[in-house]
Write a protein that binds this ligand. Structure first.
Ligand SMILES: *Cc1c(COP(=O)(O)O)cnc(C)c1O
Length: 386
């Protein structure tokens, strides 16, 4: 249940049996060929796997490295989140025999990916979202409703993600028999970090096969952005035992003052049912996260990352908004790929460290596409011109 000293189950007692049932069902399902086949079927013909590993020739020449992009941005709904939501919804429906799905979402990306999987699999879907986020993310709210989900605005506390999390947990306590709570990253009480890691590990499995085929050897570096940490764990997992492959996680340094860098700038605490690093004040109040990338606005981080940091197996850095924009413009201009602002952080780290990476094979996990971020980019540009 723990990754080193991190993780665990810090939840109301009534949920213990529900998590135990979930763990049993998941362990059964991951060993069940039919289940895995069905999940892989949907990932293939519905979501668009396997995603290519693209040799970014122009960037490579500019930076003096060999840069490969794992193209999760090409997936249906535009990011890696669909790998997990299809997996968990299938688990809920076919193994746990549940009829209703709940989830919480901040920026709305996980809400859309969950509503999509529910539409595909004929499941009832309720998404909790802070009232302020509902106002800020009108398009994603509209998408969720169009996909058939009920979107419930949460008006308690700060009216943002952490309050939506509390509402989702309360709902689950009230409806444990009919309902499964789809958590969107490698976070939350055990066994969620393990389950989400499994469903995202497909990224690393593919990337490893692809790089071996293309280069005949393992990469020197694997770089990914870290919000809750699911795309990073997904690609890291295949390389954890390959000690020569350096694993780099990049957090959102925000504007320097406000940030979402729980590993590099946070402290130990309990949040979302787990013990991990989070951003909090001296009284242990969770601070509102900030990043130019909506998907990195999570105040904590998955327990496995905290463990990988302690053990030294992975290294974590933070990159600020301005630099992330540089990564965003770089991939757009030189590769014709507009990346999501989240992996643009990881790209920025590569640009910044290109001298040290000289001649190395580097895989960047391009977790999502940037269409969703054009308004943020446009506002930034306007600010700079004003
Ligand atoms: C949600 C999201 C992230 C952050 O989530 P992780 O669990 O850290 O992967 C990163 N990139 C994109 C494109 C996202 O939508």
């Amino acid at each position: 249940m723990y990754y080193g000293e991190y993780g665990g189950q810090f939840i109301p007692e009534t949920l213990f049996p529900v998590l135990q049932e979930l763990d049993r069902a998941f362990e059964k399902a991951r060993r069940n060929r039919d289940f895995v086949k069905r999940w892989r079927y949907y990932l293939g013909v519905y979501a668009g796997r396997p995603t290519p590993l693209f040799f970014a020739k122009n960037s490579s020449q500019k930076l003096g490295i060999k840069l490969y992009l794992k193209r999760e941005d090409l997936l249906h709904t535009g990011a890696h989140k669909i790998n997990n939501t299809i997996g968990q919804c299938l688990l809920a429906k076919e193994v746990l025999k549940k009829t209703r799905i709940i989830a919480e979402t901040g920026a709305g990306q996980h809400g859309v990916a969950t509503a999509t999987a529910c539409a595909l699999l004929n499941l009832k879907c309720t998404i909790y979202m802070g009232r302020k986020d509902v106002e800020r993310q009108k398009i994603n709210v509209l998408k969720m409703k169009l996909l058939g989900a009920d979107v419930v605005p949460v008006s308690s506390g700060t009216e943002t993600l952490k309050d939506a999390i509390n509402s989702a947990l309360r709902d689950w306590i009230t409806n444990p028999t009919s309902t499964h709570y789809v958590i969107g990253s490698v976070v939350g009480p055990y066994p969620f970090p393990k389950i989400v890691s499994f469903f995202q590990s497909i990224i690393g499995v593919e990337a490893k096969q692809q790089i071996l085929k293309l280069e005949g050897r393992l990469p020197d570096f694997v770089v990914a952005c870290v919000g809750g940490g699911s795309n990073a764990i997904g690609i890291f997992s295949a390389f954890l035992k390959e000690k020569k492959v350096k694993l780099i996680g990049v957090e959102a340094g925000g504007n320097g003052k406000l940030h979402s860098a729980s590993l590099t700038k946070g402290s130990l605490g309990v949040f979302h049912g787990m013990k991990t690093y989070l951003i909090q004040d001296e009284d242990g109040q969770v601070l509102p996260p900030h990043s130019i990338a909506p998907g990195l606005d999570y105040p904590a981080v998955g327990p496995e990352h905290a463990y990988l940091k302690d053990s030294g197996r992975a290294e974590y850095y933070s990159v600020q908004d301005e630099d992330a924009l540089e990564g965003f413009e770089f991939l757009s201009r030189f590769e014709g790929i507009i990346p999501a602002l989240e992996p643009a952080h990881a790209m920025a780290w590569i640009i910044k460290n290109s001298k040290e990476l000289k001649g190395k094979i580097v895989i960047l996990n391009l977790s999502g596409r940037g269409d969703k971020d054009m308004e943020i980019y446009s506002n930034r540009k306007a600010d700079h011109q004003a």
